[in-house]
Design a protein around this ligand. Sequence first.
Ligand code: SF4
Length: 361
Amino acid sequence: MSDDGLTAERAARFAPALLQWFETAGRKDLPWQRDPTPYRVWVSEIMLQQTQVATAIPYYEAFLARFPDVRTLAAARLDEVLHLWSGLGYYARARNLQRAAQAIVARHGGEFPQDFAEVLALPGIGRSTAGAILALSRGERHAILDGNVKRVLARHFGVEGYPGTPAVERRLWELSEACTPWSRLAGYTQAVMDLGATVCSRARPVCLLCPVSRDCVARQLNLQDRLPAPKPRVLRPVREAWLVVAMRGGSKVLLERRPPAGIWGGLWGLPEFPTRAHAEQWCGEQLTGAAVPRRADPLEHAFTHFHYRMRPLVVHCQGKAAALRDDDRYRWYDARQPARVGVPRPVATLIARVTAVTGED
Ligand code: SF4
């Protein structure tokens, strides 16, 4: 039999085996699986893009309790949306969720769109996410290709090369299309994601428990460790910034709202400067009469494309120096009673570290 014929046969056997396994082993009681409306499935898909299920569940429940539908999310203050996302990282996901909710209200009267192309046109929703939302909530036939599915298909069909390259990705989409059945779409879509998350895991696939192991090329050739091929290594540059930790009392820290675009866009961070001299100049101008700033230990955070090294300069403010008022740009944030605003976790860590070091008032 030709390679194409063999692949087609494998693809035809894939969904039935997976669906049978799903009946007994699949996850069927996740919060977004109860009453799987497009809105609820959509929020879960966005949260799960870079977050494990167990981590996402409490965030998901808090998010849905506060924003139970598209209209509530569309009308919310961005600060509150980001607050409920604080700790999950990749904040563009939260900003896009809200922008998309607003677009659904403006363009579709608040009803999640019916049409695949209209779903795909919403901010933050790519081809795989659009397919997953419509398959899981409405049982429509769409292939998906998230990170878990890429790994399963690359191993199962022995696809070489890094899945992020266009040719490999195209091949994986073809295979995903070929494997997608014509019925039981919600079950199949959940099953293929579950297989990648629980059995065909990145580090230790449990081939003995795998429902499609009989056909799996990686298992037959013992290539589980080599497929899919890892991302070619590139050295991430280091970006350094000086952050002013202006303190009032023992626990209040001055925050500045970050610009809407760029890293942590729209969240509250510490006043940030490219050099120590810039930071000290700002302290001299804005925090008149404050103590001399002193350095504290730096903190690093890894972003996808660079390392961000935060160099704190701690300055104690009294009298005039502490007179900066809360407004839309600045606010005094009490580390002991945090306000409901979005603060990136590394900034919260830095604040906790500094306020613990300096002690109570
Ligand atoms: Fe993954 Fe192993 Fe199943 Fe192949 S047999 S799909 S490598 S778990």
